[in-house]
Design a protein. Structure first.
Length: 307
């Protein structure tokens, strides 16, 4: 296996394989996306959509292939049995590293429909990847700060409208809507700045989840709540490519969609917002406790081995 090579060489090989994989699949993806764009016939577009999804899934499978060649990772995984790739899922996960995305894609590919991420608008300019995300109908969001919105109040609500339009499109075929509720990757500095009440998590942002449930709540079979833990510390993407992520723990649990909330008026009813935030808080408390337990078990295992 290539993971026996020196880490710098492993990283270079893994990075090269990742780029070559993208260079192979993205042009094929864009070719079919261009056909879909140029032929405005609904029946033709419906026929092209599964082809685009198959290409994306094949791309992810090849990513899993080079990961198997270059990584020496122990995968502790629970809760992924009994999933259905012909259903709709809302997927919620904590966010610690760019590696999270590869972990989720590797584990969920062909178990559930292709994960659709809400992406920052600037990411559309990422070489190759931006065009691929566009071709796969990933929604791009404008993330404006409070000061910008104060000077441009007309921009308020634009992301909510983007979310709503995207969810209307997702309703046409089985889809997995991916939501990192924290909105950004965890760092100790962000955690301290937020004064987060959680030990291992940033404060969750419930608005995007509420909008998706409002638009697609009757479609979702379940909410798939996923917790990723890196017991040896959060890996950077370069550390991951070098094969230095030796263990990852992934726990998933299916949660019934809160029917009393998915049709409620989150944006206009303060009482609904309060109930929704309390529900999300309970999810985050459970996730925080689970991360603590996994880390404690890892520490206890290391202590036993060292004796």
């Amino acid at each position: 296996m290539l993971n026996a090579l020196p880490p710098l060489l492993v990283g270079a090989i893994a990075g090269l394989l990742m780029v070559l994989n993208a260079l192979f699949w993205v042009p094929i993806l864009l070719l079919f996306a261009l056909l879909k764009l140029l032929v405005p016939v609904p029946a033709f577009r419906r026929a092209i959509a599964p082809v685009l999804l198959w290409i994306a899934e094949a791309w992810i499978s090849c990513n899993s292939g080079w990961m198997a060649l270059t990584q020496r990772t122990r995968w502790d995984v629970a809760g992924l049995d009994g999933l259905d790739d012909r259903s709709w899922y809302m997927v919620s996960c904590n966010h610690q590293s760019w590696v999270d995305i590869l972990v989720l894609q590797h584990l969920l590919n062909r178990r559930i429909p292709l994960l659709k991420f809400f992406l920052k608008q600037q990411l559309i300019w990422v070489p190759f990847m931006g065009l691929a995300w566009w071709a796969l109908d990933f929604p791009f969001m404008h993330r404006h700060g409070a000061e910008y919105l104060r000077r441009h109040p007309e921009m308020r609500g634009r992301d909510q409208e983007t979310t709503r339009r995207a969810c209307e499109k997702f309703a046409l075929a089985p889809t997995s809507v991916m939501n990192f509720l924290e909105g950004t990757r965890f760092t100790p500095a962000k955690h301290a700045r937020q004064q987060s009440p959680y030990r291992h998590l940033l404060k969750p942002k419930a608005g995007g989840l509420a909008l998706a449930l409002d638009a697609l709540g009757d479609k979702f079979q379940a909410i798939l709540d996923i917790t990723i833990v890196y017991p040896e510390g959060r890996p950077t993407f370069w550390h991951f490519l070098q094969g230095r992520m030796h263990r990852v723990s992934v726990h998933a649990r299916r949660i019934e969609v809160p029917r009393h909330l998915n049709l409620a008026q989150y944006s206009s009813d303060p009482a609904v917002r309060a109930v929704f935030h309390a529900w999300v808080h309970s999810l985050w408390e459970h996730k925080d406790a689970l991360i603590t337990l996994v880390l404690q078990e890892q520490a206890a295992s290391k202590e036993t081995v060292s004796r």
